[in-house]
Design a protein around this ligand. Structure first.
Ligand code: COA
Length: 158
């Protein structure tokens, strides 16, 4: 468990978190993942890292990542809109980076929509840099994906 905001802790998420995760997913994304897709990330798998942030006994954010060779590939990170700008996303990202580093990974990578101003500011704040663009990556609106990388030491230590 990692202490972040005084009322927030980060722990491993599991299938029991599916309902709470799905609520946040649907509040945060215009193209939310389906329940089966979310569940597959929450089931035990040494290649997957699902984390939940809790405050006052309630899930207020989550992160899902894959452990791929020496990379932590962040698939999804979201904070309950009522809990934004209180360090939830930061606590999740740092815990993922610490766990990845402990497993010998060296870099975090992810894709973010070109138009996701908050997401891009958040990642920039944490030291991510742009390494490429996947043109028209998102099927729902043809938006480009910006590829971002960050070394895990930077991410873990903040
Ligand atoms: C991106 C997201 C996870 C950030 O979560 P959060 O808990 O609000 O983030 P934090 O409180 O840890 O923010 C840390 C820093 O990131 C930056 N940041 C976060 N949100 C920002 C915003 N809306 N605008 C500008 N900068 C922002 C700031 O530098 C912030 O520090 P500050 O509050 O002291 O200025 C959240 O906005 C979210 O769930 N968005 C919807 C889902 C999404 O787009 N996910 C990312 C793509 S997969």
């Amino acid at each position: 468990m990692t202490a972040a905001h005084p009322r927030v802790t980060v722990r491993t998420a599991d299938a029991g978190d599916l309902a709470a995760v799905a609520i946040i997913e649907n509040l945060c994304f215009g193209d939310p993942w389906s329940l089966p897709a979310l569940l597959s990330e929450l089931e035990p798998d040494p290649m997957r890292l699902p984390l939940a942030a809790e405050a006052d006994g309630q899930v207020v954010g989550f992160l899902m990542a894959w452990l791929v060779t020496d990379q932590l590939h962040v698939l999804n990170i979201a904070a309950d809109p009522h809990w934004r700008r209180q360090g939830i996303g930061t606590a999740l990202l740092r815990e993922a980076a610490r766990r990845g580093r402990a497993l010998g990974l060296v870099e975090a990578t992810l894709e973010v929509r070109r138009g996701n101003v908050a997401g891009r500011a958040f990642y920039q704040r944490h030291g991510f840099h742009e390494t490429g663009v996947r043109k028209r990556y998102y099927a729902d609106n043809g938006e480009d994906a910006i590829i971002l990388d960050c070394d895990l030491d930077t991410l873990a230590e903040g």
